[in-house]
Design a protein around this ligand. Structure first.
Ligand SMILES: Nc1ncnc2c1ncn2[C@@H]1O[C@H](COP(=O)(O)OP(=O)(O)O)[C@@H](O)[C@H]1O
Ligand SMILES: [Mg+2]
Length: 373
């Protein structure tokens, strides 16, 4: 898919931005703190994903301003669609989301429409960060492939919140023990489905990562990803997810019940899963060099793009925020080769640091506006 038009105003420091992107490369150039990342972020939020900077929605509006808007036209193999996101600082309905002119309550509807992948320097946290970072990377990537996954995740989160509230109530002598079992049945159902879907995605991405990492490391190193469920064993995933899996998950929740009640939190299940990432057989998180960790994170994102490409007629839009400058020429070539069929928006403070073969539309950002626009 391709963004054919973008118009942004009042989003952080951005003012009066409008442009028709190149169908291939868009190189956003500017000094520090001029609004390059803001420009990517303003388009990214139209994908229904949370900000890749982890910022809160209310911070989208310019300080001192009372309204922000971001709109794009998006063309895929079927049609052109229009996404508009407007937010007001003071209004009864602070947020307005329009998809082809039709109003939607939240950004959820956009998730199925606009697919994009962002590469940011913080991607190394997928490897270095807490297990939660790895789970959410896998969950996001798997959801992109299969939107039903989002529904399971959000159901599971709701059930877990109820369950944890119930645990606290029971521990304080309140009611709840009779309904806990009912919640556990539901938690087991969603949890098992999520485990199997995660396992499936990690197996897929593992194969591609292995290949890509071998190439990027000059054929000498092996990257391996393995999903570690704390309910299921490897062999369990050989059978499809069904009654046996639900039962096993349920029993696991019940085993831990007393401990959960004492502590007020759920100790078993998908909220405790891990994805092991190894380079040459040892934990990348514990033993990886900075370069290895950077390459591994890059490869995981590229693999995500590749898996998506295989499944869909429409390539995702790629955002590269300040990552090219850190890569040597060979690695840049490697990246551009994989994303060659995708529309790319990349930011850089230094135009000269981008490979000479990469040319397209240059967008110069200064003080939140496009220069010479
Ligand atoms: N809510 C906001 N309102 C106004 N300006 C903001 C807001 N949030 C961030 N900024 C400004 O945006 C600029 C940083 O933009 P950013 O896109 O991160 O820059 P860069 O070009 O380095 O990527 C800074 O000048 C910062 O003060
Ligand atoms: Mg930036």
């Amino acid at each position: 898919m391709i963004i054919t038009y973008a118009e942004i105003d009042g989003f952080r420091n951005l003012k009066g931005i409008s442009f028709q992107p190149d169908t291939k490369y868009n190189i956003i150039v500017g000094a520090n703190a001029q609004g390059k990342t803001n420009l990517l972020e303003a388009m990214w939020i139209l994908s229904g994903c949370r900000s890749f900077r982890g910022s809160k929605e209310k911070d989208y509006i310019a300080l001192g301003g009372d309204r922000m808007s971001s709109r794009i036209k998006l063309r895929d193999s079927v049609r052109e669609q229009k996404i508009e996101y407007t937010m007001f600082r003071s209004a009864n309905t602070p947020k307005q989301i329009l998809l082809n002119g039709v109003s939607h309550k939240g950004t959820r509807a956009l998730f199925d429409v606009f697919k994009c992948i962002a590469f940011i320097p913080d991607d190394v946290d997928i490897i270095k960060g807490a297990p939660e970072k790895r789970r959410s990377f896998i969950d996001m990537a798997a959801s992109q492939l299969n939107p039903a996954f989002v529904v399971h995740i959000s159901k599971s989160n709701t059930i877990m919140n109820h369950r944890n509230a119930l645990l606290k109530s029971i521990s304080q002598g309140g009611p709840g023990s009779e309904v806990l079992e009912i919640w556990d049945r539901q938690a087991a159902h969603e949890g098992a489905v999520i485990s199997y879907m995660r396992h499936d995605y990690v197996s897929k991405i593992n194969e591609i990562c292995r290949e890509l990492y071998q190439t990027i490391s000059g054929g000498s190193e092996v990257l391996e990803l393995e999903y570690r469920s704390n309910v299921f064993r490897k062999e369990d995933f050989e059978k499809p997810c069904g009654e046996d899996a639900f039962e096993k998950y349920y029993r696991r929740l019940r085993e831990n019940c007393e401990y959960d009640i004492r502590t007020g939190i759920t100790h078993a299940g998908v909220n405790r899963d891990e994805i092991d990432i190894k380079i040459n057989g040892v934990s990348a998180k514990e033993y990886g060099s900075q370069g290895q960790i950077k390459s591994a994170a890059l490869v995981m994102k590229l693999a995500q793009a590749e898996i998506y490409m295989k499944r869909s007629k429409d390539a995702p839009v790629v955002f590269l925020d300040d990552v090219m400058g850190e890569l040597d020429e060979n690695r840049q070539k490697f990246v551009f080769d994989i994303i060659k069929d995708m529309q790319v928006f990349l930011t850089t403070p230094n135009e000269g640091a981008i490979l000479p073969g990469i040319s397209g539309k240059v967008i110069r950002i200064n003080g939140g506006s496009i220069e010479n626009a």
